[in-house]
Write a protein that binds this ligand. Structure first.
Ligand code: TRP
Length: 463
């Protein structure tokens, strides 16, 4: 297996897995979900999902990957359960779908670097016009996909590990800088209140589904991305500690992103927090307006810096998304890695074209589908995101947990987790992980999957 390459150091794996986890999901997605979900109450539910449910699933994915040294489809075969390959294939499908729309948003963010650098803050007022200039933003998307492909083609230690090690600390420093800056502004405390003082009456079914979908998406779970990354991890690695680190880093950065954005919105809105519920446009519209209000060269510096940061974060995530189908094609179809990378990237870019067109340019893709019980049509990008993030990921997580505990068996999972972790056996953590993987994750995720599908696509709200 030496020719597959591997992570060369302990921190390298944690950095790469954290790089996968930290992305648009944390910095663009989390704040807008908090804003639309009513603030602090959403934050609490999200944190509970991450630590109670997602952390055990993460350890399981990494363990399956390291045990089999294979991609998510091959992993099931290697363990002797060919019938479970569909779970891996579903994961690959989810990865392809996610990268197809993720790259469109990354393209917008990439383009914003140049808008901000040119001092063109007015782009925020006309965000719809910006996204409908498909040749321009599509071009940015193409460059982004090519950059992703280039990094992945450098191989696992040469590309992914190096970029993650360099970019993660830079990212954290930049966010902290913006947090401190935001807290010096007037009315920033209203943002803090909105973000941290919960009002549990605001919770309903969709708050809970969105928090779960967000937790899975943000931690890169449920589609085998961490099975794939786990396949490059050495037997010396303590998987449980690594998973704990990745969870803590990811959650902390999402938390910091909120701490950065809500005080700025407090400042912008003069304390009313109007605009916090701005939805997916939160970063692109409200934040850019804030940079415009700062104005002058500070506005340019802060605005440009922010979108540079967002693109760095997105790149280490797109790299992990592309790695999954590439590992599948390399392992299972025996195609040479370099060729596989460019081929798969090209296909995914094409799959993403309707998502690109569905933001103003093409009326057909913009008003693509109207869910049963909904009064507004949903655009193609949001539709794909709902299918992949809120449906396929929890289903994948449910199946992976069920498989590990009841088909492969908990004892085998524990054997793998114990390698590199001398104190694991008999510990409280082991008992908790076993409980979570055997009962909690399959049941909760299975139920949530059904409730989410009923609610999102059919308008049937049980809770
Ligand atoms: N977690 C990344 C983010 O928050 C996105 C991502 C990367 C992802 N790899 C994934 C999501 C695998 C689900 C599965 O932006």
């Amino acid at each position: 297996m030496a020719n597959r390459g591997g992570f060369t150091s302990r921190i390298g794996f944690i950095a790469a897995a954290a790089g996968s986890a930290v992305g648009l999901g944390n910095i663009w997605g989390f704040p807008y979900e908090v804003g639309s979900g009513g603030g602090a109450a959403f934050v609490f539910i999200y944190l509970a999902f991450c630590f109670i449910l997602c952390f055990p699933v993460m350890a399981t994915e990494i363990a399956i990957g390291r045990k089999t040294q294979l991609n998510p489809v091959g992993a099931f075969t290697a363990l002797g359960y060919k019938k479970w390959r569909w779970v891996g294939k579903l994961g690959i499908l989810a990865g392809v779908l996610i990268l197809s729309f993720y790259n469109v948003i990354a393209g917008w963010a990439f383009g914003y670097i140049f808008e901000m650098a040119a001092g063109n803050f007015g782009v925020a007022e006309k965000f719809g016009d910006y996204t409908s200039q498909v040749f321009k933003v599509g071009g940015y998307g193409l460059v982004f996909m090519a950059t992703t492909a280039y990094v992945v083609s450098k191989g696992i230690s040469g590309g992914i590990e190096k970029i993650a090690k360099l970019l993660m600390p830079t990212l954290i420093l930049m966010i902290i800088g913006l947090v401190v800056y935001g807290l010096t502004l007037p009315n920033s405390m209203d943002g803090i209140k909105f973000y941290l003082v919960p009002d549990f009456t605001k919770i309903n079914g969709s708050t809970i589904y969105n928090a779960m979908g967000q937790a899975f998406f943000s931690l890169s779970l449920g589609m085998g991305a961490l099975i794939t990354y786990g396949s490059y991890v050495s037997k010396k690695e303590n998987i449980v500690t690594a998973a704990a680190w990745v969870t803590v880093v990811d959650v902390s950065i999402a938390f910091l992103a909120g701490l950065m954005i809500f005080p700025l919105i407090g400042f912008m809105s003069g304390g009313t927090m109007e605009g916090a519920g701005g939805g997916p446009g939160l970063i692109f519209v409200t934040l850019a307006q804030i940079f415009g209000a700062i104005g002058g060269s500070w506005g340019v510096i802060v605005g440009t810096g922010f979108f540079v940061l967002l693109c760095f974060a997105a790149l280490t995530s797109t790299v992990s998304l592309l790695e999954v189908p590439v590992a599948y094609v390399v392992d299972e179809m025996k195609i040479q890695r370099k060729k596989a990378v460019w081929l798969v990237a090209a296909v995914i870019f094409i799959v993403g074209i309707p998502s690109l067109l569905g933001n103003g340019y093409s009326a057909f893709f913009t008003n693509f589908i109207t869910y049963i019980g909904a009064d507004q049509p949903t655009d193609f990008l949001s539709f794909v995101a709902a299918v992949a993030n809120d449906t396929l990921l929890p289903l994948g997580g449910c199946m992976i947990a069920f498989f590990a505990a009841h088909v492969w068996k908990t004892q085998n999972l524990d054997e793998e987790l114990a390698i590199g972790a001398p104190n694991f056996k008999g510990s409280f953590v082991q008992k908790y992980l076993n409980f979570a993987i055997m009962y909690l994750a399959p049941v909760v995720l299975g139920v949530m999957f059904i409730l989410t599908v009923l609610s999102t696509f059919f308008g049937i709200n049980i809770i």
